[in-house]
Design a protein. Structure first.
Length: 352
């Protein structure tokens, strides 16, 4: 019997903007701004993983950091566990930190080289919990067990570990305060391919064990297909398409999503020969001077006159499928013209 209980939204982001000022001249006057994130809206439900994908420089990592309020947001609302934190002061945010944590992209840069593993994992406990020395050590050992680190390594330093082990230390640190929501900012990008599957499988196991909710930021479309429940595609600071994983990979609606998925290599030579590549012409515009109308209009193979004048609304065109494209302005049941049909099967990383 199906569970009819509605899912709870743990994270609600509405019209989030993150603009960085540009200063120039002797007097350092403000002459413009970089629109790194420009009006992003999405929800993340409890226990799910929302994959956030896009090419380098599209604003993925900035969006993830802004959601955790590591930046002072320019505009918009960020509601986590029923509380809007967009305008909170650092003192107020400190109380919210145990609920939301982050796993950073580069494990070597995100770990203090002068601290032992035990001190790195135990630092959040020192800041937010009043534990005895024994309780603290027991919790550190427990966290090391959860992420597959030998307890004997507790007094070693980060440089004595491999990249995959360092990322496990970062994951253990993020889990220390029992968070509900974790932003994974390209957690496998700096790792060898052979280790990437192990880290992703670890994140999945921890999610099942603790009921975690992830925002998984990545440019690896195959890995996102494996781990994500739903996928949001970003281009030049905006979300172009958001949809359930299989629906998006099987039938991408937005022209940019179609081009992005057509570039994914297919290991089967027979299927690779049948795959039609969509080659985008030109370069990505500068986020400090985005084009008028749709951000993608300068490279879109299906561009129309209205695209160069009017910014398309990000709207639901099918149940659970959201697209910002004028191709779907008049109907909620339209099929994408010349949509690139995917013949690929979900790639399954090897288990540990």
């Amino acid at each position: 019997m199906l569970d009819a209980t509605p899912r709870k939204k743990l994270v609600e982001v509405r019209d989030l903007k993150m603009h960085f000022p540009i200063f120039a001249g002797i007097l350092r006057r403000r002459v413009g701004e970089v629109k790194a994130v420009d009006g992003v809206t999405f929800d993340i439900y409890e226990g799910e993983t929302l994959g956030l994908v896009g090419e380098s420089g599209c604003g993925k990592s900035t969006c993830g950091r802004a959601v955790l309020r590591l930046y002072e947001v320019t505009e918009g609302s960020i509601t986590i566990d029923g509380t809007d934190i967009a305008d909170w002061s650092p003192e107020e945010l400190r109380k919210m930190r145990p609920t939301m944590q982050m796993v950073f992209q580069d494990p070597q840069a995100s770990l203090n080289p002068r601290m032992t593993v035990a001190n790195i994992i135990g630092e959040p406990l020192d800041e937010h919990r009043a534990l005895s020395k024994k309780e603290r050590l027991d919790r550190i050992y427990e966290l090391m067990d959860h992420v597959g680190l030998n307890r004997d390594f507790a007094n070693r330093y980060p440089h004595e570990f491999s990249g995959g082990q360092r990322q496990r230390i970062g994951i253990a640190r993020a889990l220390a305060l029992n968070p509900k929501f974790i932003v994974c900012d390209e957690p496998i990008a700096a790792l060898d391919v052979s280790i990437q599957a192990q880290v992703v499988n670890l994140l999945e196991d921890l999610q099942n064990e603790f009921g975690l909710t992830y925002l998984f930021i990545s440019h690896d479309l195959s890995m996102v297909r494996h781990i994500a429940t739903r996928v949001a595609v970003m281009y030049l600071g905006k979300i172009a398409e958001l949809a359930p994983r299989e629906a998006l990979y099987d039938e991408p609606l937005h022209p940019y999503t179609q081009a992005l998925l057509s570039a994914v290599p297919e290991p089967d030579p027979a299927l690779e020969a049948k795959t039609e590549r969509i080659i985008l012409k030109g370069d990505v515009p500068s986020p400090s001077n985005p084009p008028r109308g749709c951000n993608f209009c300068t490279r879109c193979p299906q561009v129309m006159d209205v695209c160069r004048e009017v910014d398309p609304e990000f709207r639901e065109v099918r149940p659970g499928r959201y697209v910002a494209c004028h191709l779907y302005a008049d109907t909620k049941s339209a099929a994408a013209p010349n949509a690139a049909r995917s013949t690929r099967q979900p790639s399954e990383p090897l288990r540990e």
